[in-house]
Design a binder for this molecule. Structure first.
Ligand code: 6PG
Length: 472
């Protein structure tokens, strides 16, 4: 018999199975049988790894379930969406009350809420769980973001915390995030922050290529230097490696098609931002930058149509100033991401602890960084990162540098959506008197939607007859 089961031996599933085996758990693994496509996957898989020598392999789901000790604990690592629903429906008929299904795919938090309710009718616990760190992270220790029923989490806690990455104090980068879909929601925002972090790094390479005329390996040298200090992050490290990669006498990056793909989590983050009324402008900017890049054919057609008067001016950018601008933009990105989690937690009563989310993101996950380490203590003082006293003092003194870098982008006619979004948000966020009075007047003019007055901000709403109808 096995104490823990895993379904889905894809890239992440295999790594997690090996991680569970290495931690000494008696494991059963299942992979579907697809004639001619996926045959004996589980049986072949376990033969390669000593840590799986006592693992039980299956391609028959009923036999897999029967091999699990009660309460059964099953980790689903399969494609989000319909495939997950299909597997859950099949499992529901085979499982018993108090069994636990953990969904480790990048599922939409709304689907997780629905599945939780549906399975509860059979007394089956459902733990929607973010798993971050990619193939290597899943093998060596991912960041794990479980949500759902707190009592159900206790049934699987030992397994998830054993395989998770550890923070600087040796604590697992795994914590019960909150009820229902909270785990998958937090993973979604992790990916949203990730999109903007990735876009900022892409924009840095563009600035350094155009203005400082640096080749990829020279940019890698700059990033390697930054990586030895406060700017270090997993994404900075991998981008440094990426820029150094050669193919023949050229750099591989120069041969990669500039059409960015996505699997949906950035889009979910952006639509959720509009549902919650949170200005996650950097996540949105990064998402739409990917969409614009994906329309390459159209860009090739439009390019020759818009070259007039561009006279792009290159100027050497001070590397320290560029690093400062990068830091400010990252702080804005993290501010917006954590605001999303805070607003969602309030809205759905998930009681998510932001410092704990930052803590489990200090290792194992894609957005791990020195900045994230610092945010753990900052988020204990405020859920609005940009209003932290130390952060605001530093950024207040350096915001002109972000302005300067954005100007360099404009002078170079470079598309820097995330750097520009960071600066625009910082300006809007720190402007006491905005132009929204004009919006309110326009809405009242054509739609009688009313407005409030600055001399009575909490007071009643007003409507003005802007134009005597007889005038028209
Ligand atoms: C992680 C990654 C992982 C996956 C992304 C890719 O946290 O380990 O984010 O979840 O690689 O989903 O997302 P896109 O394909 O949308 O860039």
């Amino acid at each position: 018999m096995a104490e823990f089961g895993l379904i889905g031996l894809g890239v992440m599933g295999k790594s997690l199975a090996r991680n569970l085996g290495r931690n000494g758990f008696r494991l059963a693994v299942y992979n579907r049988h697809l004639a001619g496509v996926e045959e004996n996957v589980a049986r072949h898989f376990i033969q390669f790894f000593p840590e799986l020598e006592s693992t039980l392999p299956f391609d028959d789901l009923e036999k897999f379930v029967a091999a699990l000790e009660r309460p059964r604990k099953i980790f689903l690592m399969i494609k989000a969406g319909a495939a997950t629903d299909e597997m859950i429906n099949t499992l529901q008929a085979l499982l018993s009350p108090d069994d636990v299904i953990i969904d480790g795919g990048n599922s939409l938090y709304k689907d997780t809420e629905r599945r939780t309710v549906a399975l509860a009718k059979s007394g089956i616990h459902f733990i929607g769980t973010g798993v971050s760190g990619g193939e290597e992270g899943a093998l060596k220790g991912p960041s794990i973001m479980p949500g759902g029923d707190a009592q159900a989490y206790q049934i699987v806690q030992a397994y998830l915390e054993a395989i998770a990455a550890k923070d600087a104090n040796g604590k697992p980068c795994c914590t019960h995030v909150g009820a229902g879909g909270a785990g998958h929601f937090v993973k979604m925002i992790h990916n949203g922050i990730e999109y903007a972090e990735m876009q900022l790094l892409a924009e840095l390479t563009e600035l350094l290529q155009f203005h400082n005329q640096l080749a990829p390996d020279a940019i890698a040298d700059v990033f390697a230097e930054w990586g030895r200090g406060e700017s270090n992050s997993y994404l900075l490290e991998i981008t440094t490696d990426i820029l150094r990669k050669r193919e023949g006498d050229d750099f591989l990056v120069n041969k990669i098609l500039d059409q960015a793909g996505n699997k949906g989590t950035g889009g979910w983050s952006t639509s959720t931002a509009s549902e919650l009324g949170v200005p996650a402008t950097m996540i949105a900017a990064a998402l739409f930058a990917r969409y614009t890049s994906a329309h390459r054919g159209e860009r090739l057609q439009a390019t020759p149509m818009y070259q007039n008067g561009r006279n792009a001016q290159g100027e050497i950018i001070d590397l320290n100033e560029l690093k400062t601008a990068y830091h400010i933009a990252r702080v804005v990105n993290h501010h917006q991401g954590f605001q999303m989690i805070h607003e969602a937690s309030e809205h759905w009563n998930w009681e998510i602890k932001l410092p704990e989310v930052a803590r489990i993101w200090t290792n194992g996950c894609i957005i791990r960084s020195n900045l994230m380490e610092n945010l753990v203590s900052i988020l204990q003082k405020t859920n609005r990162i940009l209003q932290d006293k130390e952060i605001s003092k530093i950024i207040d003194n350096q915001q002109f540098i972000l302005n300067k870098i954005c100007q360099a982008g404009l002078k170079g006619n470079l598309a820097l959506p995330c750097f520009q979004a960071a600066y625009q948000f910082l300006m809007a966020y720190s402007t006491a008197r905005s132009s929204a009075n004009i919006i309110q007047a326009q809405r009242d003019y054509f739609g009688a939607h009313t407005y409030r007055r600055i001399d009575d901000p909490e007071g009643k709403s007003h409507h003005t007859k802007w134009k005597d109808v007889s005038d028209s």
